[in-house]
Design a protein. Structure first.
Length: 283
């Protein structure tokens, strides 16, 4: 009887081996959502192979700086798709002081064709990275450089809704006046609310001081001593937060066009503006 049982056990073992070897599938557990179809789920913890680094620019590492609780809205002027949608950007929208203006414009460019919208987008990205590394929350008024708008009233609303501690619009000018060069900082004047008063003039002055300290000359053709009070800029008129607009220089000036068209130049603009914003928030 014992011999019979041993033979039966041997038959069962051989049958199971053949059953598995023939590839007959047994019901499998649901695949892991972290592994692509067709891969084998390993239940034990094994060393993972290193993944080659991408050649594309990588996002900055998480900042070790504590969150400051401060919010900055950066408004990169214009947008790359504006020229293709004249109907959208020419529609009239509120611009403050009882006025209406076109939704947006295409912006200017250097004589060689480097567009303002590309410059403002690049510089704003660099400023955002620098401020984020300091624990400052940054909100951009547009997501890319290929879209349309948003309109000036919508840009102002983004800053208002975010309860921004500072709203900074980044632009570049396109004056054909002979010898025109240099930056200037605009703010809404006369003020329409308390935030357009001292907070905005303080922000504009801090930006002016910081950019000038960074080696950039003040405008020779617009404003006074780098500051330009304006009543015609819708984004500033509609703001209920401290707000200012920087014209970083004249894209029609050969020297400034060269700086704006170069990565090194844009980094320099971004560095001094980011520092000026941080100094304003810290003060």
């Amino acid at each position: 009887m014992g011999a019979v049982r041993r033979r039966l056990s041997l038959v069962v073992a051989i049958g199971l081996t053949l059953f598995t070897a023939c590839g007959v599938e047994t019901p499998a557990a649901p695949p892991s959502t972290s592994a692509p179809p067709g891969t084998t789920t390993v239940l034990t913890t094994l060393p993972q192979p290193s993944v080659p680094s991408s050649s594309a620019p990588q996002p900055p590492p998480p900042t070790s700086q504590p969150k400051t609780g401060k919010v900055v809205v950066l408004d990169p002027g214009h947008n790359g798709g504006n020229a293709s949608k004249p109907g959208e950007i020419n529609k009239q929208v509120p611009a403050g002081r009882g006025k209406r203006k076109p939704c947006n414009t295409t912006g200017t460019a250097t004589n060689s064709g480097y567009p303002e919208h590309a410059f403002t987008w690049d510089v704003s990205q660099r400023i955002s990275q620098a401020l984020t590394a300091k624990g400052i929350r940054v909100v951009l008024t547009r997501r890319n450089d290929t879209g349309v708008g948003p309109c000036v009233d919508e840009r102002a609303a983004i800053g208002n809704d975010a309860q921004a501690d500072a709203v900074v619009s980044i632009h570049a000018d396109g004056s054909h006046s002979e010898g025109a060069h240099g930056f200037h900082v605009a703010y809404s004047a006369p003020p329409l609310n308390a935030q357009q008063g001292e907070p905005s003039t303080k922000l504009a002055t801090a930006l002016r001081d910081g950019i000038r300290a960074g080696g950039f000359p003040t405008s020779t053709y617009l404003g006074s001593n780098g500051l330009a009070p304006r009543a015609d800029l819708g984004g500033l008129n509609l703001s209920t937060r401290p707000a200012a607009l920087i014209e970083c220089g004249n894209m029609r000036n050969a020297a400034e066009a060269a700086a704006m068209s170069s990565e090194e130049g844009r980094q320099q603009y971004a560095a001094v503006i980011a520092k000026a914003i941080a100094d304003y928030l810290g003060g």
